[in-house]
Design a protein around this ligand. Sequence first.
Ligand SMILES: *[C@@H]1O[C@H](CO)[C@@H](O)[C@H](O)[C@H]1NC(C)=O
Ligand SMILES: *[C@@H]1O[C@H](CO)[C@@H](O)[C@H](O)[C@H]1NC(C)=O
Ligand SMILES: *[C@@H]1O[C@H](CO)[C@@H](O)[C@H](O)[C@H]1NC(C)=O
Length: 452
Amino acid sequence: MASSPSLLPLGLLLLLILVPFALAAPSHCATPPDQRSTINIFRASDPCSPFRPSVRSSSWEDTMMNFMTYDESRLTYLASLATSHRPSGRSFVPIAPGRQLLQIPNYVVRASLGTPAQPMLVALDTSSDAAWFPCTACTGCASTSTSASFDPSSSTTYRPLPCGSPQCAQVPNPSCPEGAASCAFNLTYGGSSVQAGLAQDILALASEVVQSYTFGCVQKMTGNSIPPQGLLGLGRGPLSFLSQTKDLYASTFSYCLPSFKSLNFSGTLRLGPIGQPTKIKTTTLLSNARRSSLYYVSMIGIRVGRRVLDIPPSAFAFDPATGAGTIIDSGTMFTRLVAPAYAALRDEFRRRVKAAGPVTSLGGFDTCYNGAIKPPAITLMFMGMNVTLPPDNALIHSTAGSITCLAMAAAPDNVNSVLNVIANVQQQNHRVFFDVPNARVGFAREFCTAAA
Ligand SMILES: *[C@@H]1O[C@H](CO)[C@@H](O)[C@H](O)[C@H]1NC(C)=O
Ligand SMILES: *[C@@H]1O[C@H](CO)[C@@H](O)[C@H](O)[C@H]1NC(C)=O
Ligand SMILES: *[C@@H]1O[C@H](CO)[C@@H](O)[C@H](O)[C@H]1NC(C)=O
C-alpha cells in the first residue's frame, strides 16, 4: 500500500502539539456524577478505509504507538470514570478528544458493555463500519489492564454468535474452523490486523441502550493503529452501529466535536431524528457502492475572502469508480484537498494573509507564519450550502503559540490523491448532521468546547 512521506511530518507535528496536553492533570477528565451514564467518543487515528493512507504510514503508526504506550495506568484511571447503565434521561452522548484520555488523535465516547456494565472508552469513526472491543486475554491489545478490556465471562448477557448466523456472513474473512461453534473473523484496520470472535451483548451509550449489539470480541491484534478500548463505526455498512440500530435511530445522528484542545467531554453525539436541528443548512449526501461506509458530499468550490477560487471542476468531481470526490470524516485530523484545489487555496491564502514575516513550513504544513497573522476567511462551498470556517478551524497554532499554520494539506500522492477529506479540525464547534434516509448532511455553528 502506498504511503505518503508527507504524513509523517504531520504526525510529528501533532505529537508536538499533543504531548503537553497528554501530560495534563487527569482531574480535568472527571465527569460530573449526573453524566456518568454517558458515552465518550475518541477520535481513532487509524481508519480501516483505503482513504487514509496517511495514517497507514509506519511513521505515523510509530507516532501513535508513542501516544498509546504513554501511560497504561491512565487507562485504568479513565475507565474508572466511565459509565454504568443508570439512565440519565439525556438524549445525547458526550464526546471528548481522545488526545488526553488515551493519547490518540480521535474523538471518543464512553460506552459500557455487558451485564453488569463494563465501562470502556470507544473511538468514533464515521468512515468505518467496524464494531469491536478488546476482550480479556487478548494478545497484542494496547489495553492490558482488565478494566480497559471486556471480560465476556463476567457478563451474564454475553452471547457468541454461531457459525450459521446471518451476521457471520457479513463480517470480513469469517472462519468457522473444525469444531468451532461460534463465528470468528479477521480484519485489517490501518496497518493493523484484528482477530475476533463475533458476539452480542448489551451496549449502552449514555442513556441509550442497544439490547443485542453485534461486535467483534478481539482476541488478537497486531500493529498499533487500533484504538485501545474499542471502535464505534458510524459508517453506513451492514454491521455498523448505525445499521444495527436502524430501528432505534433511523440512521440519523449528529455530533458536535469540541476543540481538540478541549479538556473534557463537552462535545455531543445525538442519536436518532428527535432533537436534531430543524433549521440547518444542508447539502446532498451521496453514496458510493464501492466505498459504501463513506459520507460523500458534493463540494463545488472554495472561497477565500469574497473571491471564489479558480479550481478545475475535476478536482471536486464525484466518481464512484475511482473513489474521487469529497467526504465528511470524523477520523482524520486535518482536511486534505486534491492537489489543484489545495494549491489554489494556499496561493490565495498567502496572497491575502496579513503577516509580519515570510511564509515558513512546519511538519506537513507548508503555509506557516511566525507571530500573529490576520487570515482571510475560508469558505467551503457545497451544493446548496456554504460553510465559512472560523479562524480556529482553519489555523493551527504551535504549542508555544509562536507559529501559526494553515491547518490543511494536499491529498497524499497515492490512491487517495483524488479524495477531498473534510476532517475534524475543520468541523470543530459545529453541529454536523447526518440524515441518511433523506440523503443530506447539515452544518451549523455550535460551541461545544468547554473553557479549559
Ligand atoms: C485469521 O488469522 C489467523 C492468525 O493469523 C489465521 O490462522 C487464520 O487462518 C485467519 N483466518 C482467516 C479467515 O483469514
Ligand atoms: C467541562 O468542563 C467545564 C469547565 O470546567 C465544565 O463547566 C463542564 O461542565 C464540563 N463538562 C463535562 C461534560 O464534563
Ligand atoms: C455560496 O457562495 C457563493 C459565492 O459567494 C454564492 O454564489 C452562492 O450563492 C452561495 N451559496 C449559498 C447556498 O449560499
